[in-house]
Structure formats: structure tokens, C-alpha cells
Design a protein around this ligand. Structure first.
Ligand code: ZN
Length: 572
């Protein structure tokens, strides 16, 4: 699962809030544009492109061993092969269309090529997949290039019913395509290793070369097992090796997410994230993890609802991206992901969350800073800090593990918060992770475990980030959760609005108390499993009130996301 700062279909539960803005809600507000033919259309295409602020993404390689540095170059080389592979997965017409766009040297041609590359296809992902190139299907094919263009859902379902269990597993699995037999017209499965041999064979060879160069055993193991998987379609061992990966170079490469298969969500798209571990943040995370039980024991919540013994938290890695490819680099950029998706591995080894720190920092600089210039009182703007922003994100992630989960609601026996709060549970859980994150960091500051100097910037940065989160609507869990907090804190007098300038600020005399009060209220309704209280809270606070709407209306020129450039991946 991945978190892009937009809501992709399926990326729902426990979405990393900062990264699940419902950008696709924008689509509903946009009108269809005429075919990109005229100067006006070109201007509109350029306006679409400008929503992605160009950004350099890199990291310090100087601390890598010589072997690792050479391995890194190889890994990037292998990762690059995920681009043409994914291009082919998205749509059968993509490779030919790309070749045609590359031949067009006009100004409008280069704009089309640029935007095609950003979207990996001729449909604008930010605008509800409306086409921006003439002559392509008006609708992005839901079956992508995983199934025959002329196949219906019904035909597939009927065919699958007649298959053996083993064949059925392949037909509905991650790693086999569905094709039509030319002679008989019948459906059949084709393994990824066959269909994508031209990319996977060289990728496997290069990954093995990288495995021979790295000095880290866990990386060596992952790279060689993943190379095997590219040729065998059996990814189990290499997924297990990925869970055990603990190295300065952190690599994720292969077929993972199924979002591009909008027909069934069965087939996995290829992607790659080549990253370096962020040692300072990893140390910070380890430090925080040591405080979790202390935090749980002191939550503003009746003692009987607290968990006397927290279970082991699933691992979190903080890394900096030096290259991404395939589905990992299209449209809105991934800010964090949680893998693997194979349930056998998750059952056995759990899953791992990877946070792409420099991607989040780029988003902070290119979107949150400009937002703050519009929504914050002038004196507050200089207080904004990425350090506070990211620390709160880490706290948010850890706080998902605290508070009530398995509960005993109204003497009805064992149940879960999720079951009791039903469709409201995600928005409440996201609000909880945010507000409890603020509460926890304040607690640690008061105890001297976190720098007290962060206090002011933490609340103000959070205030600005509220606007980023609700910018594209509050239909999705995190946007809704943020609206709840923003309005609650406003009603408590902790957020002040200045009518004449249309800006907001934190009231430092009230914020701590208000945060604790809301934390208590949310944790308590979760502990009680009270659907009614959750509904009342979301109905009252989970809305956009006029002052916030007026501020949002002034954000139209602020970029939506970044377009990365990777110096380490450029030919030298
Ligand atoms: Zn979350």
C-alpha cells in the first residue's frame, strides 16, 4: 500500500494521513477541455504541468562503502528498466504513442511529451484520467494492459470458474497476465517472466552484479533472491528477504501494487524505489519507540482503557530517495509505502513501512511553505519547520499503535474499534493519530525527552498543514479527520482567525489544553466503541466552515505536487 498525498482507490485504511489528500476529488470540479490543438490548449497543458514543481531528489552517498557505491549505480541501472516495463503495463498503445510523441519537435509536442511522461500515459491522473492527447480512448482502460482489450468481466469470471485451483490462483494472482489465444480465441495466463522477459532478464542480471558488489549481507540476499524471482515469478523468498533488509542502501523493486488494475485489482505493477537510509531519523525513531509504553500509560484516558502491555510495533524505515521508476514515479509522488502485499509474508513476517523523507521535505517546501504564506499570520510564517512537520508524521505513525483497538464495548464481548465505528472508523483513527501525536510530543517535551524549542513550530506547522490536507476535499479519511481537529481547536479558542487578513494563528495559551481535551474525547469514544459519539463528532466538526473555505479558495496557484529529478540516475 502506498501513500501519495492523494487517495488512490484502495489506499484507505490507516492511510498515512499527510499523504492521502484526495487530489482526485479535484477531477470532479474540473470541466472537460477541448482537444489539445490550439495555443489555448497548450497553455492549459502547461498549466497542468506547472502543478508539479520541479525538484531535485538526492542523498549523501559519501558514507557508503566503495562496494556499496558501485552496487548503487547498478541498482539504479536495473531500476531504470521498470520505466519501459510499466509503460507497457498501463496501456497497450503506450509504447507506440511515446515513440510518436518523441518525434514531434514542436512546442506543443514537447508539452505533450512532458505531460505524457509525468502520467505514464495520455490520461491526466490528477483530473480524473481525462485524456490530453487526441485520438486516444476517451476513458483510461480499466483493465490496463493486463487483460485483452476485448475481454469483459463476465467472460473472465466464467472462464475462471472452469479452471483448476492452481490455474485459478494464477489467473487471479499478482504475476500472470491474461491473454487471448490467437488460434482458439480462448483466454489463457501468461507469466510476467515471459511477457516482460526483455526487461526482467537484464534487470535480474544487473541485480546479481549489484549483489556481488555490496558489502551488506541482507542487501546481497534481497538482490539475488529478487533476481531469481524476476525469472521464476515466485516472489515469496525475496519478499521475506526484503523484510529482513537492513542496509545503508534500501531498495524496493518489483511488481507490488494492484491499483492500476481497475478491473479486478489482481495484477501487480512494476516499480522501484532506490533509497539510502536516513541514519539520524532512524535513531530518532528508535528513541521514540522506547517511550511508547510510557506514553500509553499516561494517555489522557481512563486507566482501565489503557493497554498495560503494548505489542511489538511493525518496523518503520526512514530513507531518502535517489531514484524511483515505474509506478513509483508517475503522477503524484509516493511519500510512504507499506509492503509487502503478499498475505503469506505479512502473516509470517509482518509488514514494513518505508517513509521517503526527502520526498516529504520536497512536498513541504513546494506546497506547504506557499500555503503558509496565504493562510498564516505574517509573524507565524517564519516558525514553520520541516523538522517539526516530519517529527509529527513519525509520531502520527507510532500513535496508530497506541490507544484502544481491541475493546469490550458495552459488555458485548470482544470486538474492535473498527467494527464498532464501521465506516467512520478511518476518519476517527486518523484524527486520533494526529492529535495524539501532538499530545505525545508535548508530553515528551515536558519530560525533556524532545527539544522544547520545537513547541511553537510544532503547533504552527500543524496548523498550516491542515490546509494542505483539506485542500482537495474532506471526503477521504484524513481530510475529514483534519477538519475535525481544526474546527474543534478553533471552538476551543486555540486557533484564532483574523477576519481582515483572512489568516490564522495558534493561541499558545490555549493550545495544549485543547489538544489534551480532544485527545481524551477521541480515545474515549474509541474505547467505548461509540458509533453515535463518533457520528456526532464528525457531523459537527468534519466540515469546511466559511473562513477555511475562503483561505482554500486563495490556494489555486500553489503547486499540487513535485516532479522529481534524480542527479544520481543521470548518465555521467
Ligand atoms: Zn495515519
Amino acid at each position: 500500500m502506498r501513500y501519495r498525498m492523494i487517495l488512490t482507490a484502495g489506499a484507505l485504511a490507516l492511510a498515512l494521513c499527510y499523504d492521502s489528500l484526495a487530489v482526485n476529488a479535484v477531477a470532479a470540479q474540473k470541466k472537460r477541455r477541448p482537444p489539445a490543438k490550439t495555443t489555448a490548449a497548450r497553455a492549459s497543458l502547461n498549466a497542468k504541468i506547472r502543478r508539479f514543481a520541479p525538484t531535485v531528489l538526492t542523498a549523501d552517498v559519501s558514507r557508503l562503502s566503495t562496494g556499496d557505491r558501485r552496487a548503487l549505480a547498478k541498482i539504479i541501472e536495473a531500476a531504470k528498466l521498470m520505466d519501459p516495463l510499466y509503460l507497457k503495463q498501463v496501456w497497450s498503445g503506450n509504447p507506440a504513442l511515446l515513440a510518436r510523441l518523441q518525434r514531434d519537435k514542436s512546442a506543443s509536442g514537447s508539452a505533450r511529451l512532458h505531460y505524457f511522461r509525468l502520467n505514464v500515459g495520455p490520461w491526466s491522473r490528477l483530473d480524473g484520467n481525462e485524456p490530453f492527447i487526441e485520438g486516444v480512448p476517451g476513458q483510461k482502460p480499466h483493465h490496463a494492459n493486463y487483460y485483452p482489450d476485448d475481454m469483459t468481466k463476465e467472460e473472465f469470471n466464467t472462464w475462471v470458474q472452469g479452471l483448476t485451483e492452481e490455474e485459478k490462483a494464477r489467473a487471479t494472482g499478482f504475476f500472470h497476465l491474461i491473454r487471448r489465444d490467437a488460434a482458439s480465441g480462448k483466454l489463457r495466463t501468461v507469466p510476467y517472466s515471459t511477457e516482460y522477459r526483455e526487461f526482467l532478464e537484464p534487470a535480474a542480471r544487473i541485480l546479481r552484479e549489484a549483489a556481488g558488489l555490496t558489502t551488506n549481507e541482507t542487501l546481497k540476499s534481497f538482490l539475488s533472491k529478487r533476481a531469481d524471482a524476476f525469472l521464476s515469478d515466485d516472489y515469496y523468498e525475496s519478499d521475506v528477504a526484503w523484510m529482513d533488509l537492513d542496509a545503508p542502501i534500501d531498495v524496493t523493486i518489483g511488481p507490488y501494487e494492484t491499483y492500476e488494475d481497475e478491473l479486478f485489482n489482481y495484477k501487480a505493477a512494476f516499480e522501484a524505489y532506490v533509497t539510502l537510509r536516513d541514519e539520524a531519523e532512524s535513531a530518532k525513531l528508535a528513541k521514540f519507540s522506547g517511550y511508547l509504553q510510557d506514553l500509553e500509560d499516561n494517555l489522557p484516558l481512563e486507566a482501565r482503557y489503557r493497554n498495560p502491555k503494548l505489542g511489538a510495533a511493525s518496523p518503520i524505515r526512514v530513507v531518502n530517495e535517489v531514484f524511483s521508476a515505474g509506478e513509483g514515479n508517475r503522477g503524484v509522488q509516493t511519500a510512504a509505502f507499506n509492503l509487502p502485499n503478499d498475505e503469506r509474508v505479512v502473516k509470517e513476517k509482518g509488514s514494513k513501512r518505508v517513509m521517503l523523507k526527502n520526498v516529504q521535505e520536497a512536498k513541504f517546501k513546494k506546497t506547504l511553505i506557499p500555503i503558509s504564506r496565504v493562510v498564516l499570520a505574517p509573524a507565524e510564517r517564519s516558525v514553520l519547520s520541516f523538522e517539526s512537520f516530519f517529527t509529527h508524521i513519525l509520531a502520527h505513525e507510532l500513535m496508530h499503535g497506541l490507544g484502544p483497538h481491541n475493546i469490550n464495548a458495552g459488555g458485548d464481548g470482544e470486538t474492535t474499534v473498527r467494527k464498532q465505528l464501521k465506516e467512520l472508523s478511518s476518519a476517527i483513527e486518523e484524527a486520533k493519530a494526529d492529535i495524539t501525536g501532538l499530545w505525545a510530543l508535548q508530553y515528551l517535551m515536558d519530560k525533556g525527552m524532545v527539544e522544547k524549542s520545537m513547541e511553537r513550530s510544532m503547533y504552527t506547522t500543524f496548523l498550516a498543514s491542515c490546509f494542505r490536507s483539506v485542500r482537495f476535499g474532506i471526503t477521504e479519511a484524513h481530510g475529514k479527520g483534519i477538519a475535525v481537529q481544526f474546527n474543534y481547536l478553533t471552538d476551543e479558542g486555540a486557533i484564532k482567525y483574523d477576519e481582515s487578513s483572512g489568516t490564522f494563528r495558534i493561541d499558545e495559551s490555549r493550545i495544549k489544553q485543547a489538544v489534551t481535551k480532544l485527545t481524551r474525547e477521541i480515545l474515549t469514544l474509541q474505547a467505548e466503541g461509540s458509533y453515535a459519539k463518533a457520528k456526532a463528532m464528525l457531523d459537527k466538526y468534519g466540515v469546511i466552515r466559511p473562513p477555511m473555505q475562503r483561505a482554500l479558495d486563495r490556494l489555486s496557484d500553489v503547486p499540487v505536487d513535485i516532479e522529481p529529478h534524480f542527479p544520481l540516475a543521470q548518465k555521467r
